[in-house]
Write a protein that binds this ligand. Sequence first.
Ligand SMILES: [Ca+2]
Length: 272
Amino acid sequence: MLWSLLFFSLIAPFNTESIQLNGTETSQSSIYEDDNTLKYTSDRAIDGDVKICTNTKQQMNSWWRIDLMGVYRISSIEIFNKASVHSVINGCEIYIGYSPELNRTADLKFETIENFATDIWNTFKGNGNVSGRYITVIYPKEEPLVLCEVKINGTKEESPFVLIQENKTWEEALSHCRAQNMDLASILDANTQTLVGLEAMKATTDFVWLGLGHICILDFWFWVNDHCLTFEYWAPESGTDVCDVSAAMEKNWEHHWHKKNADQQLNFICAK
Ligand SMILES: [Ca+2]
């Protein structure tokens, strides 16, 4: 009994939560195809089989990426490659970030892979916990990127945002949130932009109202909870600052903001 208590107390600090990767989306820079026309696609890195691997073509800056479909605080990333040609991936860089674009300047480098060993799990802990939605492995050499299995450990960040699947004008949406002791969502940084975007994906309308209103006479944009407009994510063609507009986030892809007539009836996002 004492030994088992001692054993569990010893392993407890290392018992980080393994992130379930079903429901995530993977992609990679290119797909290698062998002589039997077998495609070494990106999902093979998370299929649970260490003998089945992804493989890109031999190109400069090959990459593999996973969209965790949530914001996670990442504590470690584990990679297993069986011994074969191109399976030692020293020099690969692991990035974590919020941008759906491949953007290494916006993403934070988690670790550069060194001393990689085949046929065992290699664990990378980076420089402490880093949060993000996307994890990217980039090989800054003219090499194919091979990954047999990837495991990611961390904890999911609870979202304070909730999508309301009802169609309302901007004013009605604001009243609805406030009647339930919430407010229309404010976005202050890349982290909250990502959390709101994940809610927007569930919408039944192409756009969702945000808590970003416009005072026409002053041409002034304001968050309904009085925060300053320090972070902006307008679409390149977001519309003009005419009167009677408020900001709505697009449901799909990059979740850019658009200026929409405030009388339009859209789903909306409240903040708890
Ligand atoms: Ca695999």
